[in-house]
Write a protein that binds this ligand. Structure first.
Ligand SMILES: [Zn+2]
Length: 338
């Protein structure tokens, strides 16, 4: 089933009444994606500074965040609360799956950030038709078992997932604060996917991104950029194979941006791996999608994927490359005919 997604532009200027009205109308229109109240940019002004490293430490402090765990429940609530501080609109999408004969509740969480003009035009009865939006995604769940741990006794232990899960979320959350301060030139959606790392085969992985990709209207989406495993202290982000072969111009635009701001050596213009990840469901819907991932990480799916393997600098570099993709103009020019 294909859902039609459109967005209510409820900025800080909109009244709560209007927002409630929108949320009722829109939950009918978009079915599984529910719009929650958001405080928008104004709240960010009073917020403490929380950078990506702060967000990574916070997540790791929750322990494992695999679906069904206490850490997973806490992080889901935290993502909603944090986006409500910064985004114009917060959306959630609930779904469930059966794992180990147990039904697990899962939830995608997303925040929409509008450009200046769209944010001001909030009071029309009819929802505004937004220009195509860019999605930045990351999965927030962590793997329930350390399959690749060298110690067989630990292979059924949930991982902490500092890099695999934590790092992408950390960068996106810092970005939320930034987007609230400096509005993007086009609508930007930050999407936090659940259930990426639960299963053992592609059929039972990427659960949240499959749901999310099915719910968007491809013609509304400019492109989708995924962040996964971007915290490695020894960071080298090669071009991911499916991204580079399916969307060479978009991939080149992002890597050109990285080089332009001095990170050409961290973002080598070569492909090393083809990786099935949360960008694939978007590619399959015809949405240009690129996975920013450093898959050369010896602690992948082990109990050693801990914060000491990550660095503040790596998160900053990826944040800057993402900011360049939004504000630098290269990506926008590719889609200027949309
Ligand atoms: Zn993983």
């Amino acid at each position: 089933m294909v859902y039609t997604l459109s967005w209510a532009a409820s900025s800080t200027a909109a009244s709560e009444v209007l927002k409630v009205k929108h949320s009722l109308v829109w939950s009918l229109v978009i079915l599984s994606l529910v719009i929650l109240p958001a405080q928008g940019a104004r709240a960010a002004q009073a917020a403490e500074v929380r950078d990506a490293w702060w967000y990574l430490e916070y997540q790791v402090g929750l322990g494992p965040r695999n679906p069904g765990s206490a850490g997973h429940r806490e992080l889901t609530q935290f993502l909603q609360a944090e986006l409500a501080r910064y985004a114009d609109t917060v959306l959630v999408q609930d779904f469930s799956t059966v794992y180990d004969s147990e039904t697990l509740a899962m939830r995608n969480v997303a925040g929409l950030f509008l450009p200046e003009g769209a944010a001001a035009a909030t009071t029309t009865a009819a929802p505004p038709s937004l220009s195509p939006y860019m999605i930045f995604g990351a999965h927030f769940d962590t793997r329930p078992r350390a399959d690749w741990d060298p110690d067989p006794a630990k292979q059924s232990t949930p991982i902490i997932g500092a890099n695999d899960g934590g790092s992408g979320v950390a960068v996106l959350l810092e970005l939320a604060g930034y987007l609230a301060e400096r509005r993007p030139p086009f609508p930007v959606m930050l999407a936090f996917f659940d259930g990426e790392d639960l299963g053992t085969t592609a059929a039972d992985m990427f659960l949240g991104s499959k749901q999310f990709a099915a719910a968007v209207n491809p013609s509304d989406v400019m492109c989708m950029i995924l962040l996964d495993m971007v915290g490695d202290a020894d960071l080298k982000v090669h071009m991911e194979g499916y991204s580079a072969s399916r969307n060479p111009a978009l991939t080149a635009a992002i890597w050109d941006g990285a080089a332009a701001i001095g990170y050409g050596s961290v973002f080598p213009r070569a492909t090393r791996h083809y990786i099935l990840d949360d960008h694939i469901p978007f590619l399959e819907r015809g949405i240009p999608a690129v996975d920013i991932i450093d898959f050369d990480y010896p602690y992948w799916h082990t109990t050693s994927d801990t914060i000491d393997k990550c660095s503040r600098e790596s998160l900053s570099i990826v944040r800057d490359v993402v900011l360049e993709a939004i504000y630098g103009g290269r990506v926008q020019r590719l889609f200027s005919g949309m």
